[in-house]
Design a protein around this ligand. Structure first.
Ligand code: AHG
Ligand code: MN
Ligand code: MN
Length: 297
């Protein structure tokens, strides 16, 4: 089944239009990665030096999303203020996730949260979320609240179409992989102990340095991803609106749980657009276990 047909049957008009806009633009981003790897002398609101691909993908998605007439605003980790537009849905995006991985050709991603109210807003106001994975395949993984579905970009007749690759995706019961961001010496002690225990249980350490790539393999093989609280960064690194909440929404639809170390990530009420949170996401039992370990510390 093609993406346009699936959306016509399974999505409200506004989310269908926004998803189509992201799909079309993601093909352009994918093709531009080799030519837009250079560093700019600009920084984003989180103080991170921007890459040409960060800004290129940001501008492309802003234009495509606002042109649908269904985005009330488009907020981005690459912009101080949201782009204002007309429409019902407030979009929050990480236009290029994992940009430090461009030179090494590791997986990259784009993340979108579709919120039903103005931003900043809690993950409970999400009415949909989507992540793009740029790797050996270009895939779209998304949910509008009725399960997690995946489409893959296929070259056909000189063009590219998106074909259905999976419906009702669920985290496997048996956890198999784990990946933790940052450097071990930076982690709070209970995270290091938990990490050791996963190794003792025979889970496989799989970490690629891109949140979307690392979460995508947890969704496929079961397990846990974390960008944890660090001793010097107790609020972690990943942004609530643009990274943690949209993927936590998809993860919940896939039968998983995501925590900030104390409670559900989706319940966080971010005070600002660039607020960050520690993130533990994936199989519910493992995430509740690290929550319990942290509460005992
Ligand atoms: P972004 O490129 O959008 O800033 O995201 C990078 C994030 C995330 O993708 C990944 O999990 C994390 O940075 C990796 O951080 P470390 O290099 O500190 O491990
Ligand atoms: Mn980014
Ligand atoms: Mn990111």
């Amino acid at each position: 089944m093609r993406l346009d047909e699936f959306l016509r049957l399974n999505a409200p008009e506004d989310l269908a239009a926004l998803t189509t806009a992201v799909a079309r633009s993601s093909v352009d981003v994918w093709g531009s990665i080799p030519f837009k790897a250079g560093l700019l002398n600009e920084t984003n609101p989180s103080g991170e030096t921007q890459k040409a691909i960060d800004v290129y993908s940001n501008d492309l998605f802003v234009e495509a999303l606002t042109a649908t007439g269904h985005a009330a605003e488009v907020a981005s980790e690459e912009m101080e203020e949201p782009a204002e537009s007309k429409g019902r849905i407030s979009v929050a995006m990480d236009p290029l996730d994992g940009s430090s991985n461009v030179e090494t050709n590791n997986p990259l991603g784009s993340i979108f949260g579709f919120y039903s109210q103005r931003l900043p807003a809690s993950g409970r106001r999400l009415v949909g979320a989507l992540y793009v994975t740029y790797g050996a395949m270009l895939t779209l993984t998304f949910s509008f609240g009725k399960g997690v579905h995946r489409f893959v970009a296929l070259r056909e007749g000189g063009g590219i179409s998106f074909q259905l690759k999976g419906v009702e995706l669920k985290l496997p019961e048996k956890p198999e992989v784990y990946g933790f961001g940052g450097a071990r010496k930076e982690w709070v002690p209970e995270v290091a102990h938990f990490w050791d225990s996963l190794d003792d249980r025979g889970l496989r350490n799989r970490y690629c340095g891109t949140f979307v790539g690392d979460y995508n393999q947890v969704l496929a093989r079961g397990g846990i991803f974390s960008y944890p609280a660090l001793v010097k960064r107790p609020k972690g690194k990943l942004r609530v609106l643009y990274e943690c909440a949209p993927v936590a929404y998809i993860n919940e639809q896939a039968g998983g749980y995501a925590s900030d170390g104390k409670g559900d990530v989706l319940d966080i009420e971010p005070g600002g657009l660039a607020d960050t949170s520690p993130l533990y996401i994936g199989n519910s039992a493992l995430v509740h276990e690290i929550e319990e370990r942290i509460s005992r510390s």
